[in-house]
Structures are given as C-alpha cells and as structure tokens.
Design a protein around this ligand. Structure first.
Ligand code: KG4
Ligand code: ZN
Length: 342
C-alpha cells in the first residue's frame, strides 16, 4: 500500500511517501522567518503553509518516483497544533483523497510522534515506554500497540521544549531555543549552577518545567548589578549547561522509574527535544547499566515531519469509515487519545 502523508501542525510543512512500511521520500520545509518574532506567529504560519504545501507534495511524489495514480490513501494530521496551520494540510489532504477517489486517514500528531521510531530498524517492541518531549507536550505513555495508549503523566505547566525556548529568550539566544542551548551546554559546566529540579522526587509521573525556568530567571535577576546583567560567553555556556542538566535529570529520573514500575524493556524518546544530545547521552548511559533499550529517531524524524504521519497510517491500515472526510482539526491533545493508568 502506498500512502501520501501531509503534516502542517506548526511551523513545518511536510509531505512524505511510505510504501509497505518503507519510506520513499520525506520533504520538509521549515518556516525560519518566525525567529525574527521570538516564536511562531500563527497567522503567518498558516499563510506560509498555504504557499508551500502543493510544491512540497509535488516534490515528495517526484523523490519517491511515483505519480498521483500510484497512491492508495492520503494521511493528514488532525491535531493537536495550530488550527490555521492544521487546516491547510488537512484540507489539502482531504481534497486530494476526494479528487482521486481514495481513502483519507486522519492522524493524531502525538500518536505519529510515538511511531517516529518505526521509520528505522530496529524499532521498539510493544509494550514500550514513550516519552514525548516537544515544544507543546511532555508526556509519559505506555504504548501497548497501535491505538492502545496508557497515560502515565504529563507536565502541569510548561512543556520541556517550551522551557528551552523561554530560557533561550531570556539569554537573548533567539528562537527556537533547544538547538542553541544544546550546543552551548556542550561547552559549559553543568555543575557550575544548581538549578531547581521541580517534582523530581514526586512519586507520580507529572512534570513542572515552569519552576525550572523561573529558577533560571531568579538566577539572572540575582546576578544583575543595578539592573544590568553582564554575562560573559562562558557564563552563558554554564547557564545553558546547568539548565539543560536540570531538565535532563528530571526526565531521566521519571523515565527510569516508569520502566521499573511497569516492567518495560524499551524506551522511545520522540518529539523535537529528543534531538537533545544531553538527554540522549544520559538516557543511554543509564540504560546501558539497567539493560533497557533506548530508541531515539533520526534528527529528520524528531522534529515535525510527514514521514511519521504516513508510517502510522500504514500501520493503522485503510479506514473502514468513509466519513473520515469530515474529520475535524483540533488544537488540544484531547482526552480520548489514551486511557489513564491510575
Ligand atoms: O516536536 P517539535 O518539532 O514541535 C512541536 O510539536 O512542538 O518540537 C519543537 C521543540 C522546540 O521547543 C525546540 O526548542 C525543541 O523542540 N528542540 C530542542 C532541540 N531541538 C529542538 N530542545 C532541546 N535540544 C535540542 N537539540
Ligand atoms: Zn510535534
């Protein structure tokens, strides 16, 4: 079965082709212009998706070496994400399916991230622990199978990627903050400044990254003399390293507790923050000792992409329900996505 996937939930327009589980193409166009505004501007994002989407689909088909007649189904992201952005890819996908007389498969963005580790071999085996770390979400989920998700916990305030972005903004490092903090952290000393590690000892699987962000804010405020903050390049490196270490320590502590409690062997870390080198190194080091396996998608599959959308659609198979053409876009994760472990 050949599936065209389309993704436009935030600031990446992407189209991909998957045939029988094998990725044939994955074209991603990132809207870099948002950095000038310090964050994604929703209205500008939707307009840019509108301009990019058809040429991107055309390129994905060209790179896959197929024509429209070869496609058996179209998959598109429903949400969560920015509504204006989602509507572009979702409606282009539905129009494509309707015009070609083929099924449309609506895809949940978080669910697609959970299966982004299935774009390479080997991939995790069910049941596995999914840690979703992105700009909008921080979630721990036990993945029992396609469509079978057990919710363990999430952030009670900021997502971890959001904290990276906000701390980068405080330090004048631009948007998005994750990649630049990651780079600078590699030059800094992670023990120079001890930032708060909120909820690290709580016995549940909830996170709080707003407290960590505030701890960085207070540190900067305390260092200012007469309201002026004079930081050297190496001071900034140390702040980045200390902040990243605190975030990583909390994530690793909860992941290791979850795999012990639920007796899971495999761990999949997905979403934009899975690209973080400190997080990957720390989890791999801990798992090497405990005997768990860690799966982190390749960089091109960690940030938003259509390959994961088409791959999940391929795993789900063709929909029995032709009414998928009325599947709505939605902004928030929704409470029907998983059942609660508690
Ligand atoms: O999954 P994603 O592309 O989009 C959302 O669905 O949110 O994640 C974007 C987030 C941003 O907050 C960005 O700062 C963060 O991922 N990010 C990173 C790194 N690369 C991207 N955070 C930490 N370290 C990185 N290397
Ligand atoms: Zn995402």
């Amino acid at each position: 079965m050949t599936i065209l996937g389309i993704e436009s939930s935030c600031d990446e327009t992407s189209a991909a082709v998957v045939r029988d589980g094998v990725l044939l193409s994955n074209v991603i166009s990132s809207q870099h212009f948002h950095s000038a505004y310090g964050g994604v501007v929703p209205e500008l994002a939707s307009r840019a998706h509108l301009q990019a989407v058809l040429p991107i689909i055309r390129r994905a088909l060209e790179e896959a070496g197929i024509t429209t007649g070869d496609i058996d189904a179209v998959a598109g992201t429903q949400g969560p994400g920015l509504i204006g952005s989602l509507l572009v890819g979702l409606n282009v996908g539905k129009g494509f399916a309707l015009g070609s007389g083929i099924p449309f498969i609506p895809i949940h963005h978080i669910e697609a991230h959970l299966f982004s580790t299935f774009l390479d071999e080997p991939h995790p085996e069910f049941p596995y622990l999914g840690l979703v770390v992105s700009g909008g979400h921080t979630l721990l989920i036990v993945v029992h199978g396609v469509g079978e998700y057990e919710f363990l916990g999430s952030t009670i305030d900021d997502a971890v990627g959001e904290a990276f972005d906000k701390v980068a903004k405080m330090l004048g490092l631009g948007y998005p903050g994750g990649p630049v903090i990651d780079q600078r952290a590699q030059r800094g000393n992670p023990t120079a400044i001890a930032f708060a590690r909120p909820m690290i000892d709580s016995k549940d699987y909830r996170f709080s990254f707003s407290g960590l962000k505030t701890s960085v804010l207070y540190h900067l405020r305390d260092r200012a003399v007469d309201g002026i903050l004079d930081l050297s390049e190496s001071d900034i490196d140390d702040i980045c390293a200390g902040f990243q270490q605190a975030a990583v320590d909390v994530l690793v502590a909860k992941v290791m507790r979850a795999v012990e409690q639920f007796q899971l062997q495999d761990i999949a870390v997905v979403g934009g923050v899975s690209a973080n080198t400190g997080l990957g190194a720390a989890l791999r080091a801990r798992s090497a000792v405990s005997g768990h396996r860690v799966f982190i998608p390749d960089l091109r599959f960690s940030t938003d992409n259509a390959a994961m959308v088409a791959r999940l659609a391929d795993l789900k198979g063709l929909p029995a329900d032709p009414s998928n053409l009325i599947a709505p876009a939605f902004a928030r994760i929704g409470d029907t996505f998983f059942h609660d472990a508690s």
